[in-house]
Each structure stands twice: as structure tokens, then as C-alpha cells.
Design a protein around this ligand. Sequence first.
Ligand code: AMP
Ligand code: GLY
Length: 429
Amino acid sequence: MKILVVGNGAREHAIVHALAGEPGGHELHAAPGNPGIGREATLHAVDANDGAAVAALATSLGAELVVVGPEAPLVAGVADAVRAAGIPCFGPSAEAARLEGSKAFAKEVMAAADVPTARAHVCTTLAEVADALDDFGAPHVVKDDGLAAGKGVVVTADRAAALAHAEAALGAAGGAGRVVVEEYLDGPEVSLFCISDGATVVPLVPAQDFKRVGDDDAGPNTGGMGAYSPLDWAPAGLVDEVLERIAQPTVDEMARRGTPFAGVLYVGLALTSRGTRVVEFNARFGDPETQVVLARLATPLSSVLHAAATGGLGDLEPLRWSDDAVVNVVVAAAGYPGTPRKGDPITGIEDAEALDGVHVLHAGTATSGGALVASGGRVLSVVARGADLDAARRLAYDGVARIGLAGSHHRTDIALRAARGEVTVPTAG
Ligand code: AMP
Ligand code: GLY
């Protein structure tokens, strides 16, 4: 198949890498991609957020499938533009992508579909925020309503810090900003990607992300510093529960509203003492979880994405999965999640990939004078597979040790507690 992948992060590299590894092979293109993606696909210098330009590129290539990776182009309607050009597209419409683009909208859909989530107040003034904080008590959870690249959420015991975040978010959008104040959800988080064609829903396997920048979940939230799968500690029946109580009702509700959701519904969950709750919906694959989930998928990814894009998921055979454990450690640039330092040379990728079971996916990389340099916050994903989590994480960290990038940092505890059997789901009472 001729496939165009839109985006330029490690998630898109993971998608391209999975497609490139399929038997039979494909003709792969990416817009704009990155240097790592460029080793497995032809790159096109087209703005991912420009629907007309992406549709024109897909048409000129004769693409049979377009896969839109990031949220910004989805919210901007890039998938609509591609479909309007008559080309199957994996990724929801702008209307359906509001499940991610507006946290208030997501809450409204969840309420209509009776999906379990944190209780929340949508606030437009600081006085409303103050009342909501007092209603729920500490720890406080304050969320920017709109897209914020994983940085719009503050979870803190400090009421003043919660108010300050709300004030900044309310002041955004020329003072038209909204914030969502929520009750705090305890318990471990799980990411479950649910593929939908607008009607049928097919869940992938759960993964866990590490959102905070530092070991032991210290420091600010990031886009995600690492991930692993499988989650041996997760309750049996979790995937069925999420499908029946969360993903299918949400997809049904979106269809009922005349804005069917086709693409991947990223269900971010907390397994709390009071049961499974939705923390967030995203309208796309998660990064860094995609890197581990797709590494375990044995069914050709192209068949799944194409079926979702063409209404054919009901006819797809059950997905097949590797039993291997996969761990992804993100190597981030100095300064991330603040302003990352750019331009430092990157070395050692080939050395890391010489380890059996390791591959390295690019995110914030660029070429400069023939050398590979850092160009963004999350620079590389080092992905390793092993017979169990312990083996996979040791291999991943052997790979990370071979990467050279001045000032870079990474978490040293990705999948550690899971490998030790220390992750538990809180029980009621
Ligand atoms: P979100 O952008 O909604 O995914 O939030 C980012 C991160 O903030 C989540 O992955 C959680 O770690 C944390 N978070 C969000 N909502 C809550 C909540 N209600 N209770 C506890 N932590 C939360
Ligand atoms: N892994 C978090 C996200 O993709 O939003």
C-alpha cells in the first residue's frame, strides 16, 4: 500500500517503523517526518497542520491511506481535508477530535454516555475556581480546557499554585479561557488505545506512561518520559471493562450526535479505590506508549488502520500480540520540559541498535551540516524488547547508555516498580 504518515515525532516514527516491518512492504511517505523517519520513508516538507497541503500531497502521491499522528492537525481538520479528497484517512474529524481538543466537551460526552470519570466543574472565573477547589479539597487538579501539549494540567496540594495556574489559563485566549477543576483520582494510571471506525471498537493492549520528568514521579508533568507493556499487575478483565463501559459508549454517543469518532480513542485511566475512572481522552495515539504497544502488535498495523479508515473493523480478525515485554525510555534534551537546548550533536544510535532487541525512534532530531543534532524536548525513544520487563528494561538502559547527547536526561525508573511487582491497585476503604 502507498501510505502517508503525518507528523514528526517518535509516535509517527513508531507507526512508520511498524509499517516498514510488515511482510510484503509498503511505499511509505511522511510529512514532514524527521531524520529517523527519513530512513524508512520518503519525507515531504509539508506543514502537518495544513489540511489543503496534506490532501494535495496525498493526492499527488496517489496515497491509499493517510495516517494523522498528532492532535493539532486533527483538531485543525486535516483528516476532514484528506477524506474530502476521497482518500481513506486514519484519524477523527475536527468535530470528533474535540474529545481531546476541549476537556469540557469530553466531560459533557462522558456524562451523556454515563462513562465513569472524575467529578468536575467547568469554570470561567477565578471565583468559580476557588469554590470548586474548596468543594473537592486537596490535592487539587486544575486543567486548561484547550490543547496544551501535555502541560495544561497542574496537580498540587498547594491551593495558591492551583489558583495561579487557573488564572493563567483563564487569561489565555484573550480572556476567554476556561478551566476544568476536578476531584483527585488516586491509583495507578493506564493508557488503553481503542481503535474505532465510527461504530466498531477494537482495543489494543494496555500500556503505562511516566508523565513526571523525574524518578519517583518528581517534578513537573511532561509529554511522557517512558512507557512499558504488558501490565502484569492490571486486573483481569480491565480491557473488557473499558471497552464495555467507556470506549463503546463514547463511540456510540459520538455517532448519535452525528459526529462519529473514527481513529484511535486514547483512554487515559486511573484505577482508583472506587473503580476505574477516565482521566482524559485523546483523539490520537499516545506518545511514548505507542512505541511499546506497536512493538508488541503481531497483526499488520496497516490492516488495522485501513479497516478503521474504511468502516471495516467489524470484519477484522482478532488482533495477535507478542508475549514479549517492551520498555521505552525517552532521552530528553537539557532544559526539558522547560525550553529545551537545541543543536547539540547526537551520537551512538547505531551502537544502541547493535544490541539485539533494541531500536531507536526519533522525535526532536534534525540534521545540521551532515550531523544529527537535538532539535526538540523529547529527542529519542530507546525501545527494547525482552522475555520479561526486567530483561527489557535492562536492555533499554544498555541502549540509553550508548547514546551521547550533552546535557540530556532520562528517567532511570521506567517499568522498575512493575518489574519488581510493586504496582498495586488501591482497594476501597
Ligand atoms: P491530562 O492532560 O488530563 O491527561 O492530565 C495529565 C496528567 O495529570 C494525567 O496523566 C495525570 O497524571 C494527572 N491528572 C489528570 N487528572 C487527574 C485527576 N483527576 N486526578 C489525579 N491526577 C490527574
Ligand atoms: N502519553 C501521553 C500523551 O500522549 O498524551
